[in-house]
Ligand binder design. Sequence first.
Ligand code: HEM
Length: 205
Amino acid sequence: MAWFLSNIRYVAWTAVAVAALLLIYFAMGVAGYAFGDSAFWEASLRWGHVLVGIMWIGHLYYFNFTQIPNMPKIPDEQKPAVAKVIAPAALYWFRWGAMATLITGLLLAWNQGYLAQALALGLLDGVPKHTLIGLGMWMAIIMWFNVWFIIWPNQQKALNIDNKYPDLDAAAKAAAGKTAMLFSRTNTFLSVPMLVAMTGASTLF
Ligand code: HEM
């Protein structure tokens, strides 16, 4: 068993396969939905959306609750282990998790037929569910924008990821790191009310 659990690729892909079988069994075998039914795709998308959302927000919370507060406690000569190895790897899963969450979230709204109504915050049809999920979607879209267009480019500068900015001086690196941190903190803040909308929309309405 250790040979299996020691390999994250085996664990991750097997877990996805087991989850897919579970979903297909309950959706088709028990509930009786067909492959083409929108309920089957809604269940699949909800699962995929929450899964990749965890990948994104899990890394956001890792940065904000674990890495950033503890960096000052690490001796300078050991800091590159985090800055050069851990942080770039975490940023990879963080930004692609954000992309996958956005795509599955938009598909989920489209699948349920309310994408435009929610993006218009319910103003087109006066439906409270669309106002609530629309607020959550906009908060999460702002968070996604911050990840891809502010946090990631600034982290590339601050950490000189892939040696893209070899000539940047220490002050410019520090300024980029500070900008990335402030927007990461903003996303941490937004994530809490955003989840009220995500989790409450189909419960309350
Ligand atoms: C990036 C933009 C995002 C969009 C466009 C989006 C869109 C949606 C939509 C349309 C729903 C279905 C709501 C309903 O009808 O019940 C939903 C549910 C949900 N979303 Fe998002 N979302 C986004 C980001 C996130 C993030 C970052 C998380 C964090 C984990 C998240 C977690 C959830 C959860 C937990 C649900 C509830 C699933 C359920 O109750 O079945 N979403 N989202």
